[in-house]
Design a protein around this ligand. Structure first.
Ligand code: NAP
Length: 346
């Protein structure tokens, strides 16, 4: 037996499997952690050791059994999440041992990867947290949603919901770089402090303090030119009630309704007519071919000190269900991550 076969035989793979479709927050009985031998890569495959996984709202929607842009998960499947890891074994020309790759790792120690659309070698970035925060789909979402759909101009007023979160914190900074006045909406004084002091927004409204409608009017007396919405529901309705002429409403996500599946319509949509405003949804993955454009811009801004990123890191695969629920209870500032294994470098 050669050393590679020995390694494969001894590698244990902890996996979090979906056992029951959750209702609302994920209960610990909805998933089960099992340990099995790590899979052996076949010809054309490589074995990736997961270091960090990102906890995204989409990961919760995938548990519901409804097909979206990816097929629905079946009971017994590994819970699907995107992550980053290091190649530890390879039978694929595209990867060598030690390469760092982002892919749909799933909640597990080891994942099989191929040379396909889902797996992207990380070149030029050594900080896995930065890759998960800004040099991956989250950064690209903020970039294409704000630059491509919101199109903020210098002097305009931009409002961002879930402003302390992964997407919102980056989207707001991009609007600041464009010269806009940027107002965040976030839950609680600590988050609002981070939005202003860490992410450099001009102001932040604590929606949990009540009076969101009045606070938006006070902070945006001439109306909102760009509203970047991560939340939907009452917060979207309040923003629609204070639009400026020719406003752009960017529909990035509706996290307030992912746990229930109910999507009540905002009555203030009538202002789209009176303000000659537009509301547009977008899917960042449709910009996949142009992600490098986003990463180049984000990297330039980070190097100039104009863009910062933060992460909330839960430690250990055992904490992944808590981390997923934390996205819906507001436990994160910046990108929600779970550390699965220590990186060997970076
Ligand atoms: N269109 C696309 O291509 C695309 C791609 C990726 C993500 N998204 C969307 O972007 C949004 C943000 O995702 P993310 O991964 O960056 O998450 P995130 O903003 O880092 O975390 C979610 C935040 O949402 C807030 N929140 C949760 N439930 C809420 C509720 N009922 N009402 C108000 N706020 C609530 C919480 O912050 P507070 O403590 O401030 O409430 C929480 O921290 C999601 O809607 C997601 O679906 C869209």
């Amino acid at each position: 037996m050669n050393s590679t076969m020995t390694d494969s035989a001894t590698r244990q793979n902890r996996q979090v499997l979906l056992r029951r479709r959750p209702e609302g927050l994920v209960s610990h009985d909805d998933t089960e952690m099992v340990t099995t031998p790590a899979p052996m890569p076949a010809e054309g495959e490589a074995l990736l050791r997961t270091t960090y996984v990102g906890i995204d709202a989409a990961a919760r929607t995938w548990l519901d059994g409804e097909p979206g842009y990816l097929p629905a998960l079946e009971l017994g499947d590994v819970v699907r999440v995107a992550g980053i890891g290091e190649v530890v074994e390879t039978r694929c020309d595209a990867y060598k041992v030690g390469d760092v790759v982002t892919t749909l790792t799933g909640l597990q120690d080891y994942a099989i990867i191929r040379d396909d659309l889902f797996s992207t070698p990380v070149v030029g970035y050594t900080d896995p947290l930065a890759v998960m925060s800004i040099y991956g789909p989250t950064g690209a979402t903020a970039y294409f949603g704000m630059k491509g759909v919101g199109k903020p101009q210098a002097g305009e007023t931009v409002v961002v919901s879930a402003a302390a979160g992964a997407t919102g914190s980056v989207a707001g900074q991009i609007a600041k770089i464009a010269g806009a006045r940027v107002v965040g909406i976030a839950g609680g004084p600590d988050k609002c402090r981070a939005v202003v002091e860490d992410f450099g927004f001009d102001a932040c409204i604590d929606y949990k303090a009540g009076n969101l409608v009045a606070a938006l009017k006070e902070q945006c007396p001439d109306g909102i030119d760009v509203y970047f919405d991560n939340v939907g529901g009452d917060i979207l309705n309040a923003a629609l009630g204070n639009l400026a002429h020719k406003a752009r409403v960017v529909m990035c996500g509706i996290i307030s309704s992912y746990l229930t599946g109910d999507h009540p319509g905002p009555s203030n949509y009538v202002n789209l007519l009176s303000k000659t405003a537009t509301m547009q949804g977008f899917n960042a993955l449709e910009e996949w071919a142009h992600f490098d454009e986003a990463f180049d811009a984000l990297r330039g801004w980070e190097q100039q000190g104009l863009l910062v990123h933060r992460e909330t890191v839960y430690d250990g695969i055992e904490s992944s269900v808590d981390a997923l629920n934390g996205l819906f209870t507001g436990a994160n500032i910046g990108k929600m991550l779970v550390k699965i294994n220590d990186p060997s470098r970076g």
